[in-house]
Design a protein around this ligand. Structure first.
Ligand code: RUQ
Ligand code: CUA
Length: 654
């Protein structure tokens, strides 16, 4: 009954927001500054740089997009979990292995939470990690090249949502399963869910070069693990995961997972886990997962397969995990810059609960437990409580922090950001979002040293904010200036896909590291051609390899004959340019593939199977020079059984 009332309340308040917002009240676009003041704040003059990079997840686009702040200029879309014809990601032979999984080639995922690598709790600009929510994976993007260089599959997991949330020195990234399942996988009736389905929390070790390895997994009760953040400063060594569905229901979760008044935050002592592993307190479980790694030297990805994982069971490892009761169905869990406060946003609660790390340790020591679940002690809520934020907002989702001891929480249902003071819990300001904010981001806002200055709202519903584009309108981001006492809305911009989270970093940290070219002499691609003198076409049975080079403004060779219908043709194209921002493209008529976009000094490979005899053109698809349109060539395709010899040339017609 109570539950129905709550649902009605939520739906009702949500419709009020939509009604008021759709009634043409678009003041939100101006703010108290007026348009001119806001425009000045986001204006970055032509040729000037933005102050921050912002990395937004693409959600169902599977990618990451990079924006400059405060201008909101889209700088790049980085392909991660989805194929991308623009950059040949997942289409060229070099990157196809990146999307291999134990299920086969998966050309898509649901990318949720970008997370910058950190040193001493501060974003250091080495890598960006992001989780794939659908087919459990974590990807790593190298921030010198802005390319995805590694993707690891997470075994025993089903829906990798509470991930990757790095520890403060990037010792680990984490992965918590959204769906619990039988582990190891087997058919267990859903009526037997309780106790038989399990949720794995995975710790993925990140080594000095960024390479990821699954260090261990903790087999948890069959709850749904939603979001996470690792501790920092005094709480370094712990990770906090929100759990919902502590009811362990497998159907109509909308109702059945909202019965308990309180769910939990699982506090995991990963330093203790390391000790248990060192002491041999683990069991080794057979499983399967792949790891794909892209090597900058060979410009190629390879796939490795693994078959074992180390498992820790909390019931055998005292002190490894504790549950902190938290108002129902919490979503975000966020640790303040000091590392002392753990903020949980119960998305069906009106108040926000803040736990104290110091109190948590004391409660553990004094054994202030109120319950036990599958061998895991549940701490007494009053014993860990630091404070309650009485915000009167509805549907709190996620909190970030500024540099001055303030917190900013997004509220989905009442569609607003509420600013409050860490420590006194008093509400200082609130700003409406247009419409229905999900997560928010402050540059460095989940680190030990936030840069502050701006908060970026990622809104779920766009409605009338932009020119209509048919039934589908892009999701929308909104930028607020937070340098004063009051938040001021200064910019709206559409996003790529549906951002579920973002990270921001001062541009200075990345600018000097950004790679401009690949040095041709360092190119170790097995099919690279480093000089026009070395170009060739080689047949081995039905396999034909074309070793091509590009330089403004021609291909070598550009006349090729002797290829036959049904051959397996590989064009290995090396871009000989050594100038910044001079890629060449490569496209072949009728290829069941995308173009290639080859960076200076790089080699990429396009596969093509000719279907018809005749003359087939190829050309450069990236406008590279005044004579770009002349950058083209011909292939003569002979009949299947012909005995034509391979010939190739440039500058001399046969
Ligand atoms: S996250 S808003 Cu809250 Cu993965 Cu989607
Ligand atoms: Cu090369 Cu256009």
């Amino acid at each position: 009954m109570k539950l129905q009332l709550l649902r009605k309340m939520i739906i009702f308040s949500f419709s009020i927001i939509l009604i008021t917002s759709c009634a043409g009240d678009k003041n939100g676009s101006k703010g108290p500054l007026g348009s001119a003041g806001a425009a000045q704040k986001v204006y970055v003059a032509p040729g000037e740089y933005d102050e921050f990079y912002a990395f937004l997840s693409g959600g169902f686009s599977g990618q990451v997009s990079v924006y400059g702040l405060p201008s909101g200029r889209l700088l790049k879309v980085i392909p991660v979990f989805s194929v991308d014809a623009e950059k040949a990601y997942g289409f060229n032979e070099e990157t196809k292995p990146m999307l291999e999984t134990t299920h086969g080639f998966v050309p898509w995922d649901d990318a949720h939470h970008p997370q910058l690598s950190q040193t001493d709790g501060i974003p250091d600009g080495r890598w960006l990690f992001i989780n794939g929510n659908n087919t459990p994976r974590i990807a790593r993007i190298d921030l010198t090249t802005f390319e995805t260089v590694e993707i690891i599959e997470i075994p025993n997991s089903s829906g990798n949502h509470s991930s990757p949330f790095t520890t403060q020195n990037t010792d680990y990234v984490v992965a918590g399963t959204r769906f619990s399942v039988p582990i190891p996988q087997q058919v267990v009736a859903m009526t037997d869910y309780v106790g038989k389905y399990k949720g794995a929390l995975s710790y993925i070790k990140v080594d000095k070069d960024g390479r990821m390895n699954i260090a261990f997994q903790i087999l948890m009760p069959g709850f749904d693990y939603d979001l996470a953040h690792s501790g920092k400063g005094p709480s370094d060594g712990w990770t906090f995961f929100t759990c919902y569905n502590t009811e362990e229901s497998s159907t109509l979760l909308e109702v059945n997972a909202s019965k308990n008044d309180k769910d939990y935050i699982a506090a995991v002592n990963w330093k203790l886990a390391e000790q248990y592993i060192a002491d041999g307190k683990f069991e080794e479980m057979n499983t399967k997962y792949l790891r794909n790694f892209y090597d900058d030297k060979t410009h190629s990805a390879t796939t490795e397969k693994f078959e074992k994982v180390k498992i820790l069971r909390p019931e055998n490892c005292p002190g490894l995990v504790y549950f902190l009761p938290t108002p129902k169905s919490p979503h975000g869990v966020d640790v303040d810059p000091s590392g002392e406060y753990i903020v949980a946003a119960g998305k069906l609660a009106a108040e926000m609960t803040v736990h104290s790390f110091t109190k948590m340790l004391a409660a553990i020591k004094e054994e202030k437990f109120e319950d036990e679940k599958y061998g895991i002690s549940v701490l007494n809520m009053d014993a860990t409580l630091a404070g309650v934020v009485k915000s009167t907002g509805l549907g709190p989702l996620h909190t970030e922090f500024d540099a001055d001891g303030n917190a900013y929480t997004s509220f989905f249902i009442t569609s607003e950001i509420i600013k409050w003071k860490v420590g006194t819990w008093e509400v200082l300001d609130r700003a409406p979002c247009y419409y229905s904010i999900g997560h928010l981001m402050i540059p460095g806002g989940d680190s030990r040293k936030p840069w502050g200055k701006y908060v970026l709202a990622m809104d779920k519903i766009t409605k009338d904010r932009y020119l209509p584009t048919g039934p589908e309108v892009n999701q929308s981001a909104q930028l607020f200036d937070i340098s004063g006492d009051k938040m001021e809305l200064i910019l709206d911009f559409p996003t790529v896909g549906e951002p579920h989270y973002a990270q921001g970093i001062a541009a200075d940290v990345l600018i000097s590291k950004s790679k401009q070219i690949y040095k041709i002499e360092e190119n170790q691609h097995p099919y690279a051609t480093k000089s026009e003198n070395d170009v060739k076409v080689v047949r081995d049975g039905n396999v034909v390899r074309v070793f091509l080079t590009t330089i403004r403004s021609h291909f070598a060779p550009d006349n090729i004959s002797g290829i036959r219908v049904g051959d397996d043709v590989y064009f290995h194209v090396t871009n000989l340019e050594q100038d910044y921002d001079v890629p060449h493209g490569f496209a072949v008529m009728g290829a069941l593939n995308s173009e290639l976009l080859i960076m200076p000094g790089q080699t990429e490979t396009l596969y093509w199977k000719p279907q018809y005899q005749g003359i087939v053109p190829f050309y450069c698809s990236d406008f590279c020079s005044a004579l770009h349109q002349e950058m083209q060539g011909y292939i003569m395709v002979s009949p299947k059984d012909s005995k034509t010899e391979l010939k190739w040339s440039v500058g001399t017609s046969e």
